[in-house]
Design a protein around this ligand. Structure first.
Ligand SMILES: [Zn+2]
Ligand SMILES: [Zn+2]
Ligand SMILES: [Zn+2]
Ligand SMILES: [Zn+2]
Length: 150
């Protein structure tokens, strides 16, 4: 957990990151997706991470691809993928099932179904969608709902 000394993170090992709330948007230096408000931040370097991106584990199980664990990768700028949940470009932190070609933004792994029938979106299966609107720092979730309902 965060405390006043902040956390250390492998994406920015040279300084600790402070847990701060600053009004306004930021670009997460982990997943390259816009966030808002609460974040982990190195002021000296203008380095920001979503809370989720600072804490997410190296492997996870997700309901939209439940057969396999996804593993956390760091995609370079030259190797962008497309997120199978929101259909937007994924660079930086990205959960992948490499054998299946599934790629999901860390924040998009938090999307959860809420009833409704299962639908296939690209390579993955989703129900449409209950956005957990209280996920701190992620106004982009609205965009995910739009993308999937289209
Ligand atoms: Zn992020
Ligand atoms: Zn720094
Ligand atoms: Zn996504
Ligand atoms: Zn798989």
């Amino acid at each position: 957990m965060a405390n006043e000394d902040g956390i250390s993170h492998y994406l920015h090992p040279q300084h600790r990151l402070a847990h701060v709330h600053i009004e306004g948007n930021f670009l997460c230096d982990g997943c390259k997706v816009v966030g808002h408000g609460v974040r982990f931040r190195c002021h000296a370097c203008n380095f920001d991470l979503h809370e989720h991106c600072a804490r997410c584990s190296s492997t996870i199980s997700v309901p939209m691809h439940s057969d396999h664990l996804l593993t956390l990768h760091v995609l370079s700028q030259d190797n962008p993928r497309r997120c199978d949940v929101c259909r937007k470009t994924a660079i930086g932190l990205c959960y992948r099932c490499v054998p299946c070609g599934v790629d999901i933004h860390p924040l998009c792994t938090l999307v959860r179904p809420n009833g409704g029938s299962w639908v296939t979106v690209g390579k993955i299966v989703l129900k449409v969608i209950n956005i957990a609107a209280n996920i701190a720092g992620f106004p982009g979730l609205d965009l995910i709902a739009d993308a999937i309902e289209r």
